[in-house]
Design a protein around this ligand. Sequence first.
Ligand code: EPU
Length: 442
Amino acid sequence: MLKLHEAGDFISITGDIPLNGEFTVRGAKNFVSKVMVAAILAPGKSVLMNVPKIRDVQIVSSLLRLHGCAIEYDEENGVLEIDASQVVQPEIADVETLAGSSRIPILFCGPLLHRLKSAFIPNLGGCVIGGRPVDFHFEALRRFGAEIDVQEDGVKITAPNGLKGAKINLPYPSVGATEQVLLTAVCVDGKTELSNAAVEPEILNEIDVLQKMGAIISIDTDRTIHIEGVKSLRPYEHIALTDRIEVGSWACAALATHGDVFLRGAKQSHMTTFLNTFRKIGGEFDIHDDGIRFYHPGGKLNPIALETDVHPGFATDWQQPLVVALTQAHGLSILHETVYEERLGFTKALTRMGASIQRYKECLGPTKCRFNERNFEHSAVISGPTKLHGANILVPDLRGGFSYLIASLAAEGESKVYGISLIDRGYEFFREKLTALGANIG
Ligand code: EPU
């Protein structure tokens, strides 16, 4: 804690002030980083617009540069150019410098196999919110014909006999594994059928990009994706969809602080489930052509029973910000996290701030999830309303970190939130946005 303090990696927030104001939310972290990787598939210059200045974009840019791509980023206009005319095999030692930085490197497998016939992927990072294995990714790659050699510092992937279309059924609709299959299948020899795929808006938008590049992809109503391999792809030009998780996070901040924020760029169609939940709790929103206004209309907030799920369910990434708002609802809210086994640890600090949250190992919801009877505290009962008070807290992960900002904004007194550089991974200019909304930060 002291070390983080010395490094200036903290923010102090004096709370109990409603957030009021507006700003623009730019492209989605969990989309932009993936289509940056897709650029490798096509020799030439791809152009991505509405790109936020977040650390995940910097990490993927570094990895692309190491592989020979030229990158130009116009921060103000959010325009990112990726020239993948040349793709080269970097020194393994250089790739290793990015080990532990993010989960995106695993998606380089297919594109690098297509361009270089082999890939070395550094050990992955990303938020610690459960085991986060990549077994589905490796199983899918093996089905395409890849050989995987897990080494101490990373994974070497080759395809001595080339890659062929495959029939793949995911044990769980994993976002990353679906993207792995898409980014590999588009250029293999033959057809691929992916069943039990994830269909998050970011994935559908990635499919749009791949189609622009020349891919042939169709989706059945039962979430089966068909990909016909093509010989080559061309660069793309695309405007990234707005970050629906960032929008939901700020909406929860407005609700928990009795505030009123207009988020330019927010799109209703990507947020249907969130909006329904927000309204059931007692929050209000107005949909405009250029964004959504979220506000606390006055009166009591209502408790809710909620399960996180894959799209179109309530996204797990909205869960942590929403929990803070639920500490202000009148009654018992019940939460069942079904996507990650360990995404409720962040609630311990909220309890220190005055929240009443009990965690349970049982499934507190109708969905029998993968964590039933597996000793993970993945359900919670939140009893409200409780007045929160300031505390010194350490950011545990990206979304948990943002939820600590919300708790501090809603709390009486001063909080110090340490380790906030983690929040820069996914929330662009969050300090400036807090100031613009009238928060008292230092
Ligand atoms: N899983 C496996 N094996 C695999 C892959 C996944 O067991 O090979 C499990 C995971 O352990 C998890 C579940 O399947 O329990 C879902 O994981 P998924 O693969 O869908 O997650 P991901 O692709 O690693 C992305 C986002 C996450 C978001 C999830 C779910 C990125 C970079 N990350 O992760 O975002 O929570 O999908 O929607 O796109 C965040 O932004 O804070 C974040 C964690």
